[in-house]
Design a binder for this molecule. Structure first.
Ligand code: FMN
Ligand code: ADP
Length: 322
């Protein structure tokens, strides 16, 4: 996938671009359905498929939703869009200055002038720019004026499930990591660097790799059965998220005990894939009770993980593993 990290990096016109625009946080199955239409239309018009997105998230830059916790880091979003088979990604650095250019100028100068858009594919409720002035009606009008097609997709759903980034956020924030697979087509994962903790794990008999991560959206506090990628090997693990109430820590940590493993992980990049939730995090009366609790968790995780493979990328709606 060709990546343009600003509009100025596009130096020459692209062949018949079929474009979609959005934040695509979570790159869920609804987003992937949009990408599939973009690719199909690009193939029909003998052109390139293109996704335009923004970083940082516009609502954060504009100060409207500063507390918004994004499902994906920007790096993850790039990888997921690439895995969708899109030809070109344009990531526009979103600044207050960019926001001020207005929807009409954005379409005229950038979509038409710089990119030469042939077709625009958008969701039914899409709108951008100040006061959401770049809505479906406005895009259709500009399409007629400048000679590009506009295709508006219906709400994308599968049975009862409507795909939306807010539904994904709610599920993960509630610890529903098993259910969310049906919205995002993969196991939710958190990657990061292994850092030092308080060195209690080894004494307990359950060393845990503590993660430092850039991920904003972390599942609810509790214990999870997880798969862990370490040096390209996938291992089973028991993950605890929370502030270790038995010890009264202040900060929330994401830590994972890897089953049947012994080795130094400090400084390594690892990724934890959430398969199932085991229980809430508890305040145990003493260390023995905590140890017994963790032993039961480990046994439960072993059961839950037997025969499970991580899903990193399942093809769109109801599709089979790709
Ligand atoms: C599977 C698992 C379950 C855990 N459950 C709890 C819990 O319910 N309550 C708690 O206070 N700590 C829990 N812990 C966290 C331990 O307290 C923590 O791993 C220990 O304090 C070591 O911390 P350290 O990595 O900072 O040395 C759990 C850890 C694991 C691996
Ligand atoms: N099975 C294992 N799972 C996780 N970490 C392990 C395991 N075996 C050894 N380690 C190492 O032990 C460290 C954790 O030990 P711990 O006593 O919990 O220290 P810390 O408080 O620094 O996390 C990990 O960061 C890793 O380097």
């Amino acid at each position: 996938m060709k990546i343009f990290r600003s509009i100025d990096e596009i130096r020459e016109p692209l062949p018949s671009p079929v474009v979609t625009i959005g934040n695509f946080d979570g790159v869920h199955l609804g987003h992937r359905e949009i990408f599939r239409r973009v690719k199909r239309e690009a193939a029909r018009l003998d052109g390139v498929s293109m996704v335009i997105t923004f970083t940082p998230h516009p609502l954060k830059v504009l100060g409207l939703r500063k507390e918004l916790r994004l499902i994906n880091t920007y790096a993850e979003k790039e990888l997921l869009i690439e895995a969708s088979g899109i030809d070109c990604l344009l990531t526009i650095p979103f600044t207050a200055e960019f926001a001020a250019i207005g929807a009409e100028r954005f379409v005229g100068e950038i979509l038409v002038g710089r990119i030469g858009v042939k077709k625009l594919v958008i969701g039914y409720d899409y709108a951008f720019g100040r006061n959401r002035e770049g809505d479906v009606a406005m895009l259709r009008r500009m399409g007629e004026e400048h000679g590009f097609e506009v295709e508006v997709l219906e709400q994308i759903a599968s049975g009862e499930t409507v795909y939306s980034s807010s539904a994904v956020r709610r599920m993960i924030a509630a610890g529903n990591v098993r259910e969310v697979v049906s919205l995002i087509g993969r196991h939710y994962s958190v990657g990061g660097t292994v850092v030092h903790g308080r060195r209690r794990g080894k004494d307990l008999g359950f060393p845990t790799a503590n993660l430092r991560t850039e991920k904003e959206l972390i599942p609810a506090a509790g214990v999870y059965a997880v798969k862990v990628r370490v040096d390209d090997t996938i291992r089973d693990g028991a993950c605890n998220i929370g502030n270790n109430p038995t010890f009264g820590n202040e900060e929330v940590t994401v830590e994972v005990h890897i089953l049947d493993f012994d080795g130094d992980l400090y400084g390594k990049e690892i990724r934890v894939y959430f398969v199932d939730r085991v229980r809430e995090e508890l305040r145990y009366p003493d260390l023995n009770a905590l140890k017994e609790g963790i032993s039961r968790d480990v046994a439960r995780c072993r059961e839950l993980l037997a025969g499970v493979s991580i899903i990193e990328y399942r093809d769109y709606l109801g599709g089979d593993a790709a």
